[in-house]
Design a protein around this ligand. Structure first.
Ligand SMILES: Cc1cc2nc3c(=O)[nH]c(=O)nc-3n(C[C@H](O)[C@H](O)[C@H](O)COP(=O)(O)OP(=O)(O)OC[C@H]3O[C@@H](n4cnc5c(N)ncnc54)[C@H](O)[C@@H]3O)c2cc1C
Length: 471
């Protein structure tokens, strides 16, 4: 009889796991509590076009996502950011071009002119000492980003280069984010080569591309990726149910397989994949597998509130902040933690906006994000005005209400996870527990809380599973 796999969660990790199980010849049923598949990869209509409302791009990395997108028949829709614009870092020291050849904000060449411009000569000289420090400085297991970067490269690198990325990209606080979880390759490199600066140079292999440009996207929005996965699954006979929340879990009859409750319904399966948040996975497993449930690390969520603004602003044709900017925490007069100048970064978005607004003089799309750990989100009421004020400061151009062609506020309450100190060690222990799971109750736990934040990390983790490594 054909085996059945139940997948809980229809984000990227769940869809990829479903695809792997389908390819192994199993019947797949996927439950997604939201009314759409894709999780944090989604789109909304705004000002006559479709825009990415969650993830807007993916790291090129070693090409894992490009390969997946091509396999799904979307190769021709892969787009790269407009060349030569770079991005900016904003702090009380001003607006500066993000240094080239950096990783997690850590510069590979601390004395380069673009690094000196952000850090000042004192900060740059302090950072340049890093390769001379003993290897043990900052290498304590479970050390935070603030600890490692502050001790090895000095406070200016931490505050002006690393904190903006940790806040803007990981929605985390460097003082509580585990360094090894923020960047496993950097942590490994530090342990092996004894220097972060040397590791960055090695990993970037002399690349001078500035931060944020080593990405691709799928046109018209990233939602094309989960859409294509869903289409392939449906064509293979999978059942994909939205607005279907898994609410309870128990072992199957005689301890074999699983019984999953979804509202009034009970579904039986041979294999189970939990591709939901770690909290939900813990809650579901508590009764059936208490030891595994207890082994799922606490990874609190950070709420993110985005404001997308379509503007008629010809002054933005000059792309004053390149593809966008990351803002250092505590920067005077700016509440946003990041701004993406979407129509500068992606030519296809600018073209779509121009087509939708033929009479506009200079249609543009910007997206600002709010929500630093420990900080209350700004109220929805009046948020457009706050976003306009922040965008005006970051872009150095006065922007007004009468220029707004359309706006949207998007909330992501539970999508971004904080990897607290000890996260990596807890994940290793969890992997050992999963490897000891009895063969009659096969179980996988997947998702960004385990693989690392971002599309590339999830796709790479899935590739490892495909190649037969333990789950
Ligand atoms: C605003 C934002 C911007 C981002 N930008 C980028 C970017 O540009 N590039 C990048 O690489 N990454 C980006 N990311 C990160 C990336 O989107 C995520 O790491 C990735 O999409 C997470 O996928 P996932 O499958 O692990 O989780 P999710 O996408 O969160 O999927 C989990 C799914 O499980 C469902 N679920 C939960 N509980 C249940 C239940 N009980 N029953 C059924 N279903 C359930 C949820 O509804 C959800 O759909 C961004 C994230 C956010 C929030």
């Amino acid at each position: 009889m054909t085996e059945r796999t139940l997948v809980v969660g229809g984000g990227l990790a769940g869809l990829l796991a479903a695809r792997r199980h389908q390819r192994a010849g199993r019947r797949v049923v996927l439950l997604e509590s939201a009314d759409h598949l894709g999780g944090a990869i989604a789109e909304i209509p705004l000002a006559g076009i479709s825009v990415s409302s969650g993830a807007e791009a993916y790291s090129i990395g070693a090409g894992a996502v490009d390969a997946l997108v091509a396999e799904l028949g979307l190769a021709e829709r892969i787009v790269a950011p407009r060349e030569g614009l770079g991005s900016r870092v904003v702090s009380d020291a001003g607006v500066h071009r993000a240094p080239a050849g950096a990783l997690l904000g850590i510069p590979g060449r601390p004395l380069a002119a673009d690094v000196r411009a952000v850090l000042g000569i004192v900060g740059a000289l302090r950072a340049a000492l890093e390769p001379l420090l003993p290897r043990r400085v900052g290498t304590r297991p479970g050390a935070t980003v603030a600890e490692v970067v502050g001790r090895r490269l000095g406070p200016r690198v931490l505050e002006r280069l690393v904190a903006p990325i940790v806040g803007g990209v990981h929605s985390a606080d460097p003082a509580t984010l585990e360094f090894a979880a923020a960047s496993a390759p950097l942590a490994r490199g530090l342990a092996e080569h004894g220097s972060l600066v040397r590791t960055v140079r090695r990993l970037r292999r002399g690349s001078t591309a500035s931060a944020g440009t080593r990405v691709h996207a799928v046109a018209p929005t990233m939602a094309a990726l989960p859409d294509a996965l869903a289409q392939e699954l449906l064509a293979g006979g999978a059942i994909l149910r939205t607005a279907a929340e898994a609410t309870g879990l128990s072992r199957g009859e005689g301890g074999t397989g699983w019984l999953l409750a979804a509202g009034d319904e009970e579904l039986a399966a041979d294999h189970l994949v939990l591709a939901c948040s770690p909290d939900t996975a813990r809650d579901l497993l508590r009764g059936a597998e208490p030891q595994l449930a207890a082994g799922i690390p606490q990874a609190p969520s950070a709420a993110v509130r985005l404001v997308a603004l379509a503007l008629d602003a010809p002054a933005l044709d000059a792309f004053p902040s390149g593809t966008g900017a990351l803002v250092a925490p505590g920067t005077t007069g700016i509440r946003a933690k990041a701004l993406t100048h979407v129509s500068a970064k992606w030519e296809h978005v600018q073209q779509a906006l121009r087509a939708a607004h033929p009479s506009a003089r200079g249609p543009h799309l910007v997206r600002l994000s709010y929500g630093r750990p420990g900080e209350e989100l700004p109220a929805t009421e009046g948020l457009t005005d706050l976003a306009l004020a922040d965008a005006s400061r970051i872009l150095g151009t006065a922007l007004h209400r009468d220029q707004v062609l359309g706006s949207a506020v998007i909330d992501w309450d539970r999508a971004m996870r904080q990897a607290l100190p000890g996260h990596r060690a807890a994940l290793d222990a969890l992997t050992a527990l999963l490897a000891a799971q009895p063969p009659e109750r096969p179980l996988e736990l997947v998702g960004s809380w385990r693989a690392g934040t971002g599309i590339d990390a999830i796709v790479r983790a899935e590739t490892t599973l495909l190649e037969g490594s333990p789950s």
